[in-house]
Design a protein around this ligand. Structure first.
Ligand SMILES: [Cu+2]
Length: 226
């Protein structure tokens, strides 16, 4: 069978698979409903087409048997919806609520039209002398949870890591936390996913996921004295 998920960018985050499984379930349900409704419509068009000697009748839909054509699908859709909520709740909790303990925190501030990246440095605190600022690039180690703090200087931007199934709005006046853990080293795209002005389409950065030794080397280069 054709694997439709192939068109999604490669998943390289620990929770990406959970999100993909929700997307897949929603997709199968929607496709099934599409064929059921279009199939029923087509069947009725053929079965009840105009024929000699058959008069059309006006159906008001007042009798329960008639109304059932609407009520039964409504009940089924509501049940499926609740089922999706049930499937989605633990995934939402994993991604947004139960954040794992992270050694590395990175602050990313969106502005028209760049990502300003701040590393707290060896003291682990933002706003101190050993902070390191980068533009449009992030460096993280593979296999370690990374905490991100997202801010905006001007309008709403959206921090989007397609390969990690992570997308989070950055709202002026707020510091929004998130996290991810990479499963594979590489260079991954970081586009802005919220139309934020004339330069929006060019607002792009890169996330570099390094193997442990390579990451240590990068850290030493940034903070040679530490
Ligand atoms: Cu933007």
């Amino acid at each position: 069978m054709l694997n439709w998920m192939q068109w999604l960018p490669e998943n390289v985050s620990t929770y990406g698979g959970d999100i993909d499984s929700i997307i897949r379930t929603i997709w199968y349900l929607t496709v099934a409903w599409f064929f059921i409704t279009i199939g029923t419509l087509a069947a009725f068009l053929i079965l009840y087409r105009r024929r000699a000697g058959r008069r059309a009748s006006y159906v008001k839909g007042e009798r329960l048997r008639e109304a059932a054509w609407v009520l039964v699908p409504v009940v089924v859709v509501v049940i499926l919806d609740l089922w999706l909520d049930l499937l989605g709740a633990p995934v939402w909790a994993k991604v947004k609520i139960e954040r794992p303990q992270a050694d590395l925190s990175i602050q990313v501030t969106g502005k028209q039209f760049n990502w300003e990246v701040v590393y707290p440095g060896p003291d682990g605190r933002f706003g101190t002398a050993d902070d390191r600022r980068l533009l449009d690039e992030l460096h993280v180690p593979v296999g370690k949870p990374v905490r991100i703090v997202l801010k905006s200087k001007d309008v709403i931007h959206s921090f989007f890591l397609p390969n990690f199934r992570l997308k989070q709005d950055m709202v002026p006046g707020r510091a929004i936390e998130g996290w991810f853990e990479a499963t594979k080293p590489g260079k991954y795209e970081l586009p802005c996913a919220e139309l934020c002005g004339f330069g929006h389409s060019g607002m792009k950065g890169w996330l570099y996921v390094h193997p442990p030794a390579e990451y240590e080397k990068w850290v030493k280069e940034q903070w040679p004295s530490a």
